[in-house]
Design a protein around this ligand. Sequence first.
Ligand code: PMP
Length: 415
Amino acid sequence: MAGGLVGSEILKIAADIRELGREGVEVCNLTVGDFDPGQFPIPTRLSEDIQDALAARQTNYPPSNGMLELREAVQRFYGRSLGLSYPVDSVLIASGARPCIYAAYRALVDPGETVAYPVPSWNNNHYCHMIGAKPLELVCGPKTRFLPTGDAVLEALPKARLLCLNSPLNPTGTAFDHRALQGICEAVLAENRRREQAGERPLYLLYDQIYWMLTFEGVEHLTPPQLIPELARWTIFVDGISKAFAATGVRVGWAVGPVDVIKRMSAILGHVGAWAPRAEQRATVGLLDDPEAIAEYHAGFKSGLLARLRGLYRGFAALAEDGLPVEAIPPMGAIYLTVRIAPFGKRTPDGELLETNEDVRRYLLDAARVGVVPFQAFGVGESGQGWFRLSVGAVSEQDIAAALPRVAAALKALR
Ligand code: PMP
């Protein structure tokens, strides 16, 4: 299993960019799903409360399923901001969203069982590999903004033990609309009614909403239990502060779901030891219980993200108007923009033929000093041809404004 694990494609690309940096070449780095703390610091209150908690010697083991104060704070937070009501035993704290995803896969899926998920998607292929699950990939395209619909999942559900969804979606920055999610929820409900009658184990729904607080005007974040309350029995939420508060290195995440499943996940993580540090947990309580601090922080944070995403979006729209082979999908949430760059069949000034996304990625890095991630890093093959993820967490608006003319010049230099 370990020998067959594939490393992150994105980290490989990031290594290329670091190498250029060492040579003194400045790159507009749109590759990492992370934040430059210089551009996007964590909330002041979170930072101060972590330091206070450490000073108050919050340095021993936390309870393995999370500190009760934080589990209660998440419970209140979901009630207040999502209208979801759960007992505190439905909440599990871990060191970020990743351990929660791993524990959900581990708890729900036996080796050889099937996990269905749309592609492009983030890392489901790797979790399947670790668990020994059979991946059932549902290929989504630009017509549905790369998200699945009820019809798209229908055939897969009878075969699957687990369906994994993510909205807003990494890598696309797009989010479910009411109709698509409603369709999927109805399909899951119908499948579980059938299984109940047949005495079969249920289908579970992993709902990764790590970016839900980062949705932009006019986009409402939706959850399965809000649309069909009965789905709470089978939905496991994965969430945390990593993206919502630019706190990727602080390592506090949580899962919320049916008590029996959460208990099993907690038992697994207890042995893994993937706990969030005590001081960080303590500080997260204060943050989640402070709606004003959250609103104030998000006003600045989201407008900063949106300004960058819009800058890129408008820039690519202008290139398309100029007749260049590009297109962009309007940003709805998260920190990503989906862009099509398709100069296939053309040659670079050095005479190299551009045939694949990898060729285009390399050319843009060499000729325009812009780093982008091909959709192939997100589990798609041919269908991702031409499509790229652009991430804005580590660049300024000026970086973007300076990079766009370089992209234009590089594309215009093709023959
Ligand atoms: N889910 C999605 C969709 C993500 O993009 C990421 C981070 N790239 C994670 C989960 C993992 O979050 P964390 O850093 O809290 O483990």
